[in-house]
Design a protein around this ligand. Structure first.
Ligand code: SF4
Ligand code: SF4
Length: 197
C-alpha cells in the first residue's frame, strides 16, 4: 500500500501522508503482545483481536510509528487500522484506497507497488524534486520491511516518521545486562559492608 491524510507543514508548502499501520513484516506490536491478540492474517496484514486483548498497552509502546492506541472510553482494548480485513475477505480493496480521489493511496501486491513507486520517484527526481524519497521500501527496515510504504517529498522527520524505526525488544538484552551487573555490584558492596561489621 502506498500512502497520502495528515497535514504537516514545512517552510514552503503543506505535505500530506496517510498515517496508517505499516503492517510490518516482522511487527514489534505482535512480538510484545502477551496474549496472542495480535495476529498475522492470510493477507500478510497485522490484525488485533479485541476479544483476546487484555488492554495491557505493551503494543502501544512497542510500535515505532505510534499508530496503535488503547481505547480509554469504550472497551479499553488496542485498536488500529485493519487494512479493512472484512473488505479484503470479500475481495475488495481497503476503503481508503477506494475512496482516495487522486489515487494517492494505492493498494496491491507489495513488490509491484514498490516497482511503481521507484518509477514515480525517478520521474519526480527528473523533474527536479531533489528531496523526493521512498520510505519503508527497504527490506531491512525493522528487519523484514514494511507492507505500507510512502513516497515522500521531504525528509521523514517532516512527516513525523522515524528515520530509523527501532525494535524495542532489541533493548531488552543490553538493559538486562546492566540491571544484572548493577545487582551484582550492589550484592558485593553489601557483602563487604557486612564483613566489616
Ligand atoms: S506499524 Fe505499529 S501497529 Fe502496525 S504492524 Fe507495525 S508495529 Fe504493529
Ligand atoms: S493491549 Fe492487547 S493487543 Fe496490545 S499487547 Fe496488550 S493484549 Fe496485546
Amino acid at each position: 500500500m502506498i500512502g497520502g491524510a495528515l497535514p504537516f507543514f514545512n517552510s514552503d508548502r503543506w505535505l500530506m501522508h496517510s498515517d496508517v499501520c505499516k503492517h510490518c513484516a516482522n511487527a514489534p506490536c505482535q512480538e510484545v503482545c502477551p496474549t496472542g491478540a495480535i495476529i498475522r492474517t492470510e493477507f500478510d496484514t497485522v490484525y488485533v483481536q479485541q476479544d483476546i486483548c487484555n488492554g495491557c498497552g505493551y503494543c502501544v509502546t512497542a510500535c515505532p510509528f505510534g499508530v496503535i492506541a488503547r481505547d480509554e472510553l469504550i472497551d479499553q482494548t488496542a485498536h488500529k487500522c485493519t487494512l479493512c480485513y472484512d473488505r479484503l475477505k470479500d475481495g475488495i480493496e481497503p476503503a481508503c484506497a477506494k475512496a482516495c480521489p487522486t489515487d494517492s493511496i494505492v493498494f496491491g501486491e507489495v513488490e509491484q507497488l514498490k516497482a511503481k513507486a521507484r518509477e514515480r520517484l525517478g520521474f519526480l527526481q527528473q523533474r527536479g524534486v531533489s528531496k523526493a524519497q521512498l520510505y519503508g521500501v527497504d527490506d531491512k527496515v525493522l528487519d523484514d520491511g514494511l507492507n505500507s510504504f510512502f513516497l515522500l517529498l521531504d525528509e521523514p522527520e517532516v512527516y513525523n516518521l522515524p528515520r530509523n524505526p527501532a525494535r524495542p525488544v532489541k533493548n531488552v538484552a543490553p538493559a538486562s545486562f546492566w540491571t544484572i551487573l548493577a545487582a551484582m555490584l550492589l550484592g558485593i558492596i553489601g557483602i563487604l559492608c557486612f564483613k566489616k561489621e
